[in-house]
Ligand binder design. Structure first.
Ligand code: PXG
Ligand code: PLP
Length: 441
């Protein structure tokens, strides 16, 4: 390993969502990135099988984004987010609405997906209070959901390992996940599992709609291993929320801006929520940024009940809301997605991707499920007795040694290559993964 870091330097950084002790014994240091590849500190070229952390669909070091950022740093490096503005945030908000379903046309900027979730949940509570329904405060999430690392995100999230250390969160209840027996190896949306939406009626019965502010789900769960909604499931959630006056929030931090071969998960699955959270791909991951799209009626409710116009309509925001450099990166990123026709590209290549990842089924009996949509796939690996997360970790490390970066989490391997990936790159990624899984004991 040819990096130059001392043990003291390694120890000084408490790394995010990382096995720090293992990493610091055997550091994996990335030194540069271009296109669909990283270079590590040994000079090896490594294929980016997760587009960063689902962030970099355009690949790395996109010249248009780089130039926009460099220019912005020189022109306006920071401007205050509260009570003053700069032009690019308004241009970007309008650009984002072009990617959102019709009607979700009011954009609030944040610094990350976690802040976007916090924003959506706070606005949901405040919205009902503004409408004279201040008892609507509880939230409904879903088992296996991931909604970021904030106190609100872990509360509505449904990945046990992310919750159990942290004690009491916001009052939240959870729908069951949709991975039902019989749905294994479904291509795209499963036929089975739609009925799990009916559990929302049970939760409403237990808590009463007068106490529930919002339901929040990822249209397709990313972190838990690419869990695609069953046919009709999201439609049914939408119906029930409408019937009971509950806001429906889609957390599209992973699914917005192309990953699904559509502008959003909402568009891919044909269901329009009231609120969409986003982050990651909005700037291609180059500068941290998140955003939340609200349907206009929510925004209008605050404007119409805001008191005198020198008053804030909602006391909420972040120092880095609409950061000018992030806005410049966002404008360039969205413009590149359109110019290169990448959403159409993912859509037209998604069947190649689907066929390729499902061929893995024959590689090993250890593979107990494969799921896919757009340019995303999740592969479930049968656990070693008593060590459920070990095989995916070993597989991901062996893949890194072979020159492929893939994500592992719980009992799954996750793949999400850049939108610019060629068929030959898909083939070599999937072949290497098949070989690696075969070598597991
Ligand atoms: N919501 C969803 C649906 C996400 O996927 C967040 C919120 C939080 O975003 P921030 O920017 O605060 O991290 C996410 C983030 C993985 C992985 O490998 C996924 C995420 C983050 C890190 C790793 O699956 N998703
Ligand atoms: N903590 C302190 C002491 C602060 O002054 C601020 C912002 O001014 C924050 C936290 C919140 O930081 P941010 O706006 O970057 O989320």
């Amino acid at each position: 390993m040819s990096h130059r870091l001392t043990q003291a330097q390694l120890d000084a950084h408490w790394m995010a969502y990382t096995g720090n002790r293992q990493f610091k014994k055997d550091p994996r240091i990335i030194t540069s990135a271009a296109g669909n590849y990283y270079t590590d500190s040994d000079g090896r070229k490594i294929f980016d099988g997760l587009s960063g952390l689902w962030t970099c669909g355009l690949g790395h070091s996109n010249p248009a984004i780089n130039e926009a950022v460099a220019e912005q740093v020189k022109t306006l490096d920071y401007s205050p987010a509260f009570q003053f503005g700069h032009e690019k945030s308004f241009l970007l908000a309008e650009q984002i609405t072009e990617f959102m379903p019709a009607g979700l046309n009011r954009i609030f900027f944040t610094g990350s997906g976690s802040e976007s979730v916090d924003t959506a949940l706070k606005v949901a509570r405040a919205y009902w209070r503004k409408k004279g329904m201040g008892t609507k405060t509880k939230f409904i999430g879903r088992a296996k959901g991931y909604h970021g690392a904030g106190i609100s995100g872990f509360s509505v999230g449904g990945i046990p390992a992310n919750r159990t250390l942290y004690g009491q969160g916001l009052e939240s209840y959870h729908l069951p996940h949709t991975q039902v027996p019989g749905s294994e190896f479904s291509k795209g949306m499963a036929e089975q599992g739609k009925e799990r939406a009916e559990d929302l009626l049970n939760l409403i019965m237990m808590h009463d709609a007068s106490n529930i502010a919002a339901v929040i789900v990822e249209p397709m769960s990313g972190s838990a291993g690419v869990i695609v909604p069953p046919k009709g499931y999201l439609q049914r959630l939408r119906e029930i929320c409408d019937q009971h006056n509950i806001l429906l929030i889609f957390d599209e931090v992973i699914t917005a801006f192309g990953r699904m071969g559509a502008k959003t998960g909402a568009e891919a699955f044909g269901v329009t929520p009231d609120v969409i959270t986003m982050a990651k791909q909005v700037t291609n991951g180059v500068i941290p940024m998140g955003a939340v799209a609200f349907k206009q009626e929510i925004y209008d409710t605050f404007m119409d009940n805001g008191g005198p116009d020198y008053m804030l309509e909602i006391p909420h925001g972040y120092t880095y809301s609409a950061h000018p450099i992030a806005c410049a990166a966002g404008l360039a990123s969205l413009s590149e997605i359109k110019k290169q026709g990448l959403i159409e590209r993912v859509s037209s290549m998604s069947s190649v991707w689907e066929d390729s990842v499902h061929q893995l089924k024959d590689a090993s009996p250890m593979i107990t499920d494969i799921r896919n949509y757009g340019f995303a796939a999740g592969i479930t690996i049968a656990p070693i007795d008593g060590e459920p997360a070990k095989r995916p970790f070993q597989i991901a490390m062996a893949m890194w040694d072979k020159g492929y970066y893939v994500r592992y989490g719980a009992d799954t391997i996750q793949l999400a290559p850049p939108f610019t990936t060629e068929q030959s790159e898909i083939d070599s990624l999937v072949n290497a993964l098949g070989e690696t899984i075969k070598q597991q004991r």
